[in-house]
Ligand binder design. Sequence first.
Ligand SMILES: Cc1cc2nc3c(=O)[nH]c(=O)nc-3n(C[C@H](O)[C@H](O)[C@H](O)COP(=O)(O)OP(=O)(O)OC[C@H]3O[C@@H](n4cnc5c(N)ncnc54)[C@H](O)[C@@H]3O)c2cc1C
Length: 388
Amino acid sequence: MKLLRAEHKRLLKALYGAEGEDYGRVLEAISLLLETSVLPHSKEFDEAAGGIAPGRRALFDQGICRLAFPSAEGTSLPFGVYAMAMELVASADAPTAMSIGIHNTVAEGVFRFGNDDQRKRVFTDLVEGRRLGAFALTEPSSGSDARAMKTTAVKNGSNYTLDGSKMFITNAGDADIYLVFAASAKGHSAFIVDKSTPGLSVGKDIPKLGMRGSRTAEVRFSDCSVPAGNLVGKEGEAFEYVKFLLSGSRIVMGSICVGIALTAYRKALEYSKQRSLFNGELSELQMTREKIADMRTELSSSRLLCAYASRLKDAGVDFSSEAAQAKVAATESAVRVCDRAIQLFGGYGYTDPDVHRHWRDARLLTIGEGASEVLRMLIAGKELAETR
Ligand SMILES: Cc1cc2nc3c(=O)[nH]c(=O)nc-3n(C[C@H](O)[C@H](O)[C@H](O)COP(=O)(O)OP(=O)(O)OC[C@H]3O[C@@H](n4cnc5c(N)ncnc54)[C@H](O)[C@@H]3O)c2cc1C
């Protein structure tokens, strides 16, 4: 299956004019790698936690993380090109895309809010894919209400001592670097914690409905001492960083959902041409055509919202509401698209993991990185504040 299609190239041209062709070539190279090194294994990845590691390695070596950051020459690609790259990765394999997306959120945290020393020590390794990052915000007793976190960071001379536990951490176990959020004397603060730090331990992989190829586990901190030089940005300001980082990440998670839905849609479209019933093809029936049209329309509108939020991010203006809108629209529509795909496959959709895994993968993303309810509160809050 060819992942980069005319529809992607048309959008790149519409959004970026002549440069869109150059971006298309960058995405073509990624797409070829995905078609050879990731897509053929995506069924196996659905079966084992951590199975995605070789495909993620190949994408890191190809430079996927660099797409999200300015290059050494000072040039940077539009965020929308990175988001489209993540759509392609997800259309080959969703857990691989989620793992890389979260890794890059950690890299962005260090790049944007870290100091020069942290950029040299940590960011360069993250962006080159030499070390893997994990984002540790959620706790057993606080998810959506992240400010209620119980993990503490207490200053002891030139160190901070972390105590507490982080829940559902993607890449836990494989990660080399944890970006950890904790309550300290001045408020919430962010710390870079190396995996080898005494007092850090990782629990067992948590079994999941979908996104099974990526690893998810609890990460515990017990008397875990990190140098004060690992505090990211200013003490007490971490929630400002979280808001910015999660907004960018929501565009990416939206794009990942476009990729998931696209693959489910294409499989169902193909099947509808092959399946015979009532002396004809499934695709000829009017209610099938309604499904095809609705799936296609939802996919296109989600992708456009992700592209719009990306443009706002590049323009340096507030993009938090549009990022939330893109995530709500793309994640919820992906669940609907994948559900219709199962319906079109009938009993084979319900029983074949290669059909229902897309629904299972998409289902996570109406919960993680800001549940739909939280994002609706954010969107409505901004609307009401602006119209007062
Ligand atoms: C597979 C997986 C991977 C994850 N990866 C990471 C990771 O890498 N790093 C990390 O920090 N976290 C991660 N998470 C955690 C994820 O972000 C949280 O699960 C999510 O934020 C929701 O928190 P919660 O599970 O505690 O649910 P809760 O916050 O307890 O929510 C319970 C219910 O309340 C709803 N709700 C929330 N707010 C409102 C409201 N205002 N009004 C009405 N209802 C509301 C929620 O939508 C949900 O239905 C991951 C989770 C999973 C399952």
